[in-house]
Design a binder for this molecule. Sequence first.
Ligand code: CLF
Ligand code: SF4
Length: 523
Amino acid sequence: MSVASPATAHISFAALKARGSAQSQATSGCGASSGAGKASCGSSAGPSDMPPEIWEKVKNHPCYSEEAHHHYARMHVAVAPACNIQCNYCNRKYDCSNESRPGVVSQKLTPEQAVRKVLAVASEIPQMTVLGIAGPGDALANPKKTFTTFGLLKEQAPDIKLCLSTNGLALPDMVDEICRYNIDHVTITINMVDPAVGEKIYPWIFYQHRRITGREASRVLTERQLLGLEMLTRRGVLTKINSVLIPGVNDEHLIAVNRAVKERGAFLHNIMPLISEREHGTYYGLTGQRGPTAQELKAVQDACMGGANLMRHCRQCRADAVGLLGEDRSEEFTLEKIEQKSVVYDLDKRRRYQLEVERVRQAQREAKAQALAAQATAEDVTSGIQVLVAVATKGAGKVNQHFGHAEEFQIYEVSATQAAFVGHRRVDHYCQGGWGEDDQLPSIITAINDCHAVLVAKIGRCPQDELKAAGIEAVEQYAHEFIEKALLTWFADYRRRVREGAIEHRARGDAAIRQGAFTSAAA
Ligand code: CLF
Ligand code: SF4
């Protein structure tokens, strides 16, 4: 199969940004019958944006639905240690960077141990709806362990969705097996569709019993990835593409990747920042290849609007992650701890819990619709304003976390017509056992420096003052309200203050993407 043409001529991030905003304006608004390929739906699409059978598949998958990720959890089991390729952002002593940020996997599991762990988690966390196999190597380079785990689970926990992640090299040979186990969701990591770009990312692959290096390795890899994607699309499997954004290597090229995967039916495209801390010992880490800034990441994502739908809420989680995206409860479910738990897999209890979650989601949608309807429609000097706002939340779609307890902030883009999730920023806790850690504040401010405000359930006077000095408004008056409603209500008031001359609207600067905030959890 032919390979899509590479990216166009060299363009800067500023040009990307301009291109993205022009495209997003041209394509905004979701139609009533979209599926894959709609311009602006992305993972924030809702039931009115896609056919009912597709919505059934994604509605409680936290990675495929941005809305669902506030309410539902996933877990990974680390049953797949081997890999058949080498990526320059990966050190084999660490988790697969495709689906899990680098950190040592605490325990590799046999399929039987993995199933025991899934049942233990499902009986304690009824909102855990998806089991993924995402390393620490490649799920399909370990087919026996991967499919044995899925087979056992299908019998014992039939309501849990099955999901896998792969580099795609072995994928075309495994599509029948994937369909046999009703695996509805597959992720392929595709960082390039041009071998000239690929040879800067992949030093070698192992294919048909031999090691292939150089440009030829990437030629084989991209052909296998795109063929695998086409085969999955033909069989009705929802396929998400993960791409690692590597500044100076594939940044502009990801637009070509986005177009190529859209043409072949990808459901979502998830563009993630490179993680390249020197201490992880990867080729990129050791050679000083940097990751993107927050604005660089957003510029590439925005430039891809109009192509394959975008996912922006990925947390680059560990190969043994447990919990809501952004939290990690894996330490509660080690093999030793599971042995001591009484495991009762109560399907009715899980269903009852999930019905309650659906009631809350509906209330959240209604609150957002009301807040949007209440936005001022008359044209004035504030009509074109669009700002980023950080939110402290621990789930349920609400502003419900103290500033000092946040390990991450969710970032929303807010205007008179939308309050849309656009990313998240990891931070270190400000609050250290009852007192504020002033040394952490500068790094938190750096992480949300592009935001005009931060919405929290509570915040102390001292951090509030320092945020204000940095130009970020700390807002606690919307504690425990639904996020979008809180954002839109705050924004209406912001516009009023600008209109009345009480404050001046100013552009904000760039922010840093904090890497490895959960590294200690892996120890
Ligand atoms: Fe896991 Fe991946 Fe399935 Fe999700 S993760 S195998 S699709 S259940 Fe999700 Fe984690 Fe991002 Fe992956 S946040 S790294 S996209
Ligand atoms: Fe590492 Fe995953 Fe790449 Fe394999 S596919 S080299 S495990 S990042």
